[in-house]
Design a protein around this ligand. Sequence first.
Ligand SMILES: *Cc1c(COP(=O)(O)O)cnc(C)c1O
Length: 239
Amino acid sequence: MSNLLSTLSANLAAVRDRIAAAADRSNRDPDEVVLVAVTKYAELDWVRGLIDLGVTQLGESRPQQLVSRSESLAGPVTWHLIGHLQRNKVRPVLPVATLIHSVDSFRLLDRIETIAEELGVAPRVLLEVNVTREESKNGFVPSDLLGHSDRLTGYRHLVVDGLMTMAPRVDDPELARPAFASLRQLRETLAAATGPNVPLGELSMGMSGDFEIAVEEGATLVRIGSGLFAGLASDEARP
Ligand SMILES: *Cc1c(COP(=O)(O)O)cnc(C)c1O
């Protein structure tokens, strides 16, 4: 095995072990937790390495990079868009992204619905929630969603499959727990208000620094980038 593949393989095994241990601690089935490998800072070779090692769920934060990488990387890959989506980028993204984690406004939902109808597709989306109401963050504030939950029941093409959040960046991952717990509670409240037309089954939460806490709090998708690429130096960074 090349150095690249052995480093990736060790990182991947460590992350999977930690997901499994966190699931175990909270009496969950580790298979309920999908690892989305976030490749936004990864070189193409590294991404190919992950695919060779059997990773099928890849996340990109920039729509353009998602589209171009989906064209250059053949193979059984499912693409997740995890970063901000502008309304004018919806059309190229919809045919490629299996799940959009970062839908942060009703205007964007409406736009996705319109383009989905035109293209004859049924995109799955998650609503990004700014649970901690940080000024610098995108996302719905919880009261916005709860106050307008009826708007979520009217879509016929897109499927609102769950919620996503980014916890505040903190040194101690334990401090992220309340944000994850809030997202889970919001999901329950929202699901009760919207009924079966809005599945809301997924909770996308947890990154390299805090994914174990997120799994303990019910994450079904964890988005992990830097933790998978530890020990690899990009060409640009080399002297
Ligand atoms: C970059 C990114 C991640 C992954 O972050 P790491 O700390 O590298 O694991 C997860 N989610 C979103 C929305 C991101 O932009």
